[in-house]
Design a protein around this ligand. Structure first.
Ligand code: CA
Length: 223
C-alpha cells in the first residue's frame, strides 16, 4: 500500500514512515492540515494516517471535506488519550478508525490492515450485471468466478464495461486496447471478441456482447 502520514510532530511522522517502509509499504508525510488534505486527494494514496491536532486545519475537518468530495480513502485518525469528543467527531466525520497516542507501531499496522480489508478498491471497480472488473488488480469475475483473461482481452472487456449498453467502435477498441499498434484493417478485434465470448459468455450460458455489423460491439446491460 501507499500510505499518507499527516502528522505535525516531524519525529513521530518519520518513525511511522520508517516503520511502514520496513513493513513493505511506501509512505509520504505532510505536516499540516491543508497540505495533508491536498495529498489525500491523490488517487495513488491507499490509506491515510492523520493526526487530529494539526496546524491550519484539524484532521476531523480534513476527513469531513474528503468524505464530502465522495473520497472514500481509508482514514485512521491519531488522537490524544483524553479526547473522547474528538474520537466521536472523527468517526462521525467519516474516519474508519482511530488510534490513541501513544501507540505501538504494530497496533497501527493492524488498524491499517483492518481498514484496507473493509474497503477494497471498490471505487475503481467496474460492475455490469454479474461481471466485475478490477483495473488495479487486473482481475475480472463473472458470477463470482474469476476469469482467466489475456492482457488484451482484459483491455477490451474494460472498455466495453466502461460503456455498458453503448456501441463501441472497432476503431476505438483498436486505439485504446492496442494503443493504435494494430492495423486498422486487421481482424484482431474480432478475434479477441470471440476469445472473450468463449471465456465470459459461453461457460455461463450468456450472450452479452452484441456485434453491430460494420459498427462495433455493445456490452448488454440486461445479461
Ligand atoms: Ca499534532
Amino acid at each position: 500500500m501507499h500510505i499518507l502520514v499527516v502528522e505535525d510532530e516531524v519525529r513521530l511522522a518519520g518513525l511511522i514512515i520508517q516503520y511502514l517502509g520496513e513493513s513493505g509499504h511506501t509512505a509520504e508525510a505532510r505536516h499540516d492540515g491543508p497540505s495533508g488534505l491536498d495529498a489525500a486527494r491523490d488517487p495513488r494514496v491507499d490509506a491515510v494516517i492523520m493526526d487530529v491536532m494539526l496546524p491550519g486545519m484539524n484532521g476531523v475537518e480534513a476527513c469531513r471535506i474528503l468524505r464530502r468530495e465522495a473520497n472514500d480513502v481509508p482514514i485512521v485518525l491519531l488522537t490524544a488519550r483524553s479526547a473522547v469528543k474528538e474520537r466521536v467527531a472523527g468517526l462521525d466525520a467519516g474516519a474508519d478508525d482511530y488510534l490513541v497516542k501513544p501507540f505501538a507501531m504494530e497496533e497501527l499496522s493492524a488498524r491499517l490492515r483492518a481498514v484496507a480489508r473493509r474497503r477494497p478498491a471498490f471505487s475503481t471497480r467496474l460492475e455490469v450485471g454479474d461481471l466485475v472488473l478490477d483495473p488495479d488488480e487486473q482481475r475480472a469475475w463473472r458470477a463470482g468466478a474469476e476469469l482467466d483473461l489475456s492482457r488484451r482481452e482484459f483491455a477490451v472487456l474494460k472498455i466495453l464495461m466502461e460503456n455498458p449498453g453503448w456501441v463501441v467502435s472497432r476503431t476505438r477498441l483498436l486505439e485504446e486496447a492496442w494503443d493504435g499498434e494494430a492495423d486498422l484493417n486487421s481482424n484482431s478485434v474480432d478475434v479477441h471478441i470471440s476469445k472473450l465470448r468463449a471465456k465470459i459468455d459461453k461457460p455461463f450460458g450468456r450472450n452479452s456482447i452484441t456485434t453491430l455489423r460494420g459498427t462495433g460491439y455493445r456490452l448488454e446491460t440486461q445479461i
